[in-house]
Design a binder for this molecule. Structure first.
Ligand code: IMP
Length: 210
C-alpha cells in the first residue's frame, strides 16, 4: 500500500486525510518525529504561500519522499475574509494581547469561535456567508511539485451545533445537506469538505504521476 507523509501535528486534519485516502487504498502517516522538528513560521499572506513553505521545509527531513502540507482556514465575507490565514490564532488579542500575525502560538478552538461569533453579532443570516479553504502543497527535497485548492461554502451560525470535527466546524452550517461540519461523519466530511476536495485533486495528480 502506498503511504503519503503529511506534515501536520493536528489530529483533526490527519483524521480528515485518512478518511479521504482510505477509499483509494492509500495510507496516511505523519512525518516521523514531527513534533520534535523545528516548527515553520506561518507568516505567508496566502494559504498557498504557507502550504508551500511548510511542505518544502519538512520534505528536507525525509529525502526522496513526497511530503504534503496543508494550510487552511475560514474566510467570512462580513469580516472581509478574516480569520483567513490567521484562523488558528484568531483569538490571540483575547488570549495573549497580541495581533494574530504577531502571535507565536495557536489559540484554542473555543476562543477562536468566540471571537468570530462576537464579531458577527447582529449580522443577519443572509450576510453570514463564508467558506473553508484548504490548500495542499506537495514537495520533495525542498521543492514544491504542485498545489491543490479546495473550498466549501457555508453560513456561520449564531451558536455551535454538533460534537464531531474540530476548529470552526460547529459554527459552519453547510446548506447542501442541512448540517454543520461538526454534525458530519468522517465519511461525509471527506466527501464535502475543502480538505477532501483538495486531497482528491492531489490523489488524481498522484495517479497521473505514476
Ligand atoms: P493551519 O492550517 O494549521 O494554519 O490552521 C488552520 C485553522 O483553520 C485550524 O486551526 C482551524 O481553526 C481552521 N480550520 C481549518 N480547517 C478546518 C476544518 O476542516 N474545520 C474547522 N476548522 C478548520
Amino acid at each position: 500500500m502506498r503511504t503519503i507523509l503529511i506534515a501536520t501535528s493536528n489530529p483533526g486534519k490527519l483524521r480528515d486525510f485518512a478518511g479521504a485516502a482510505a477509499r483509494r487504498g492509500i495510507e496516511i502517516a505523519g512525518i516521523p518525529e514531527f513534533s520534535s522538528l523545528p516548527s515553520v513560521v506561518e507568516d505567508g499572506l496566502t494559504f498557498e504561500a504557507n502550504a508551500c513553505k511548510k511542505a518544502e521545509a519538512y520534505s528536507r527531513y525525509v529525502p526522496g519522499e513526497i511530503v504534503v502540507a496543508d494550510d487552511s482556514g475560514l474566510e467570512v465575507d462580513a469580516l472581509n475574509g478574516a480569520p483567513g490565514v490567521h484562523s488558528a490564532r484568531y483569538a490571540a488579542p483575547d488570549m495573549h494581547n497580541k495581533e494574530p500575525h504577531e502571535a507565536d502560538a495557536n489559540t484554542d478552538d473555543e476562543a477562536n469561535n468566540a471571537r468570530v461569533l462576537r464579531e458577527l453579532r447582529g449580522v443577519p443570516h443572509a450576510r453570514r456567508t463564508g467558506r473553508f479553504v484548504c490548500v495542499l502543497a506537495a514537495a520533495r527535497d525542498g521543492k514544491t511539485l504542485a498545489t491543490f485548492r479546495g473550498t466549501a461554502e457555508g453560513i456561520i451560525l449564531e451558536g455551535p451545533r454538533g460534537g464531531n470535527g474540530f476548529g470552526y466546524d460547529p459554527l459552519f452550517y453547510f446548506p447542501q445537506i442541512g448540517k454543520t461540519f461538526a454534525e458530519l461523519t468522517a465519511e461525509e466530511k471527506s466527501q464535502y469538505s475543502h480538505r477532501g476536495a483538495a486531497f482528491r485533486d492531489f490523489l488524481r495528480w498522484c495517479d497521473a504521476e505514476e
